[in-house]
Design a protein around this ligand. Structure first.
Ligand code: CTP
Ligand code: CA
Length: 226
């Protein structure tokens, strides 16, 4: 299907895609991260390129190889990702927040490798900035696409996040569904907009999911400028 894309509805548009998981350092050799593979973000980036966009990827920790021919900035922590996305914000037409941003980071980052001592150890964590929510409340012409992977109450959590973060689309995926979730080459998503559920897609390749998400965005951007 991707090969067949010949229309370029995103020509002249700048699409910024975040992918992968953030890394939150404990000390120079240890960190906290999550299972995000980066595949969904990379697939959206490829789809955006197929649709003619000028694409930039901001990638955290990923298992997948980044798509060739697309500009990529590697970042580590949520704070680094926020700075990288913020630097592009003024010129961004569509922001796709497929990254799994760590909700918390270690309160202290030890400058030297920590030594073991007692039989238990407690790591104090502090909340990270919510990148999407912060930018959602600053948005002017930008179109914001958030993601939510849930194990239960998908519609409720997806709509709560869409509203709280002032997103235009929220891509919900039930990680318990067959063919969905971390590391997989396929995904099963439900696309929500400000009115509620807009589209439920069957099991599709992440490439195809990326294309369908961007087509939804294109429809809405076109509609709002008429
Ligand atoms: N997100 C973000 N910054 C954060 C946390 C999340 O930009 N610090 C973005 C993610 O990239 C994703 C969306 O917000 O696009 C939803 O992420 P999710 O983890 O599902 O939402 P949270 O608000 O963190 O809620 P919770 O983890 O409690 O479900
Ligand atoms: Ca979270």
């Amino acid at each position: 299907r991707l090969e067949k894309v010949s229309h370029k509805p995103l020509a002249g548009k700048k699409v910024v895609v975040t992918a992968g998981g953030t890394i939150e350092r404990i000390d120079p050799v240890r960190f906290i991260t999550n299972d995000s593979s980066g595949k969904m973000g990379f697939a959206v980036a490829r789809a955006a390129q197929q649709l003619g966009a000028d694409v930039v990827i901001i990638a955290g920790n990923t298992q997948a190889s980044p798509p060739p021919g697309i500009a990529i900035t590697h970042v580590e922590s949520a704070i680094d990702m926020f700075e990288a996305v913020s630097a592009l914000w003024e010129d961004t037409d569509i922001l796709v927040k497929a990254a799994a941003v760590a909700d918390y980071r270690p309160k202290e980052r030890a400058a030297q490798k920590m030594k073991k001592s007692g039989d238990t150890m407690t790591l104090e964590l502090v909340k990270n900035i919510d990148i999407l929510e912060t930018l959602g409340h600053k948005k002017s012409s930008q179109f914001l696409i958030g993601f939510a992977a849930e194990t239960d109450n998908l519609e409720k959590y997806a709509m709560d996040k869409l509203r709280r973060k002032n997103c235009d689309l929220l891509i919900g995926n039930d990680v318990t569904a067959m063919g969905a979730g971390f590391g997989s080459d396929t995904n099963v998503v439900h696309i929500y907009d400000t009115n509620g559920l807009a589209l439920s897609l069957p099991v599709l390749s992440k490439e195809e999911v990326g294309l369908r998400i961007l087509e939804c965005a294109v429809d809405r951007i076109a509609g709002s400028s008429e």
